[in-house]
Design a protein around this ligand. Structure first.
Ligand SMILES: Cc1cc2nc3c(=O)[nH]c(=O)nc-3n(C[C@H](O)[C@H](O)[C@H](O)COP(=O)(O)O)c2cc1C
Length: 272
């Protein structure tokens, strides 16, 4: 299937499935991956796998989905970022195994999924995903993709900066820093309503990640756009890891001046 970046590029949200539940051997591989899915915050994320029939699970944006994965986490600082990281690891493994997935954080009967997953007080289940075999895109799915411009992403220079907020990082400059592929994996990541809320400043060996907040994604307990940033962190780290480039993860706001409004520091990777 190629490199991790190739897999990031070949992934897309799948909302139309052929009606078959996931084969037992593939499901077992995903369960093994889920049990090992650690994140840089060391916050445990618990995954559970269900058949649709068993629990009456469905989503209005999906057709033919027979298997679902849910993920829950204890409410705490950075739980949403950690959640995005761990869940993306699992969903990329599903893609690697040839299965279709889509992050679902809104368009679902939440109570049914929370009941199936046994979500307790002090826990949240921001998202779920179907797992299955892709079928020909339905008209509904085609229209949905158009609605959020799912096939487009911001340009490199709109997302990534060099040393300062007013200095866009070109693809060529990123290439010379050895970061073009890892940042491309960030750029291509999925995000809620395709808002792409991640922003990055490269400063020497440090790669600082930020969230550019839109209104309506933070419910006070968790922020769906922090989940998006967690997805971006996973894609970034995994691309470098697959090229044997080690990094160190820290949370230490560099307080770079002229922070754009509604923008919040999240974390830093440092090239070792
Ligand atoms: C955290 C998160 C929540 C999402 N929630 C939904 C959802 O509730 N319903 C849906 O149809 N798609 C949802 N999506 C999928 C996005 O719309 C999709 O990733 C984006 O439009 C980009 O398209 P792509 O994944 O095909 O590249 C969500 C994605 C993320 C990352």
């Amino acid at each position: 299937m190629g490199t991790f970046l190739d897999e990031v590029k070949s992934r897309r949200s799948v909302r139309t499935f052929d009606g078959r539940p996931v084969a037992e051997d593939l499901l077992q591989q995903l369960k093994d991956c889920a049990a090992k899915a650690v994140n840089p915050y060391h916050i445990p994320v618990t995954f559970d796998f269900f058949t649709a029939k068993e629990h009456g699970l469905s989503s209005p944006v999906l057709s033919g989905a027979e298997t679902y994965v849910t993920a829950k986490v204890s409410v705490q600082k950075n739980a949403d970022v950690a959640y995005g990281y761990s869940f993306q690891k699992l969903l990329m493994q599903a893609h690697h195994l040839g299965l279709g997935t889509v992050w679902i954080g809104g368009t679902m009967p939440r109570e049914k999924f929370e009941k199936a997953a046994g979500v307790t007080d002090g826990e949240v289940m921001p998202c779920v995903s179907p797992l299955g075999y892709e079928a020909k895109m339905s008209l509904k799915e085609i229209m949905m993709r158009k609605g959020v411009k799912a096939d487009t992403r911001y340009d490199f220079e709109q997302l990534f900066f060099l040393e300062k907020w007013n200095a866009p990082l070109t693809r060529e400059a990123a290439l010379s820093l050895g970061l073009e592929e890892a940042l491309e994996a960030v750029r291509m990541a999925p995000s809620a309503v395709n808002k792409q809320p991640w922003r990055v400043i490269v400063s020497g060996k440090n790669i600082h990640f930020y969230e550019k907040k839109d209104r309506g994604y933070d419910n006070g307990t968790y922020d769906l756009q922090k989940v998006d940033v967690g997805i971006a962190l996973f894609n970034f780290e995994e691309t470098l890891k697959s090229a044997s480039i080690p990094t160190t993860f820290t949370i230490n706001d560099p307080a770079i001046p002229d922070l754009p409004e509604h923008t919040e520091y999240v974390a830093t990777y440092t090239l070792n």
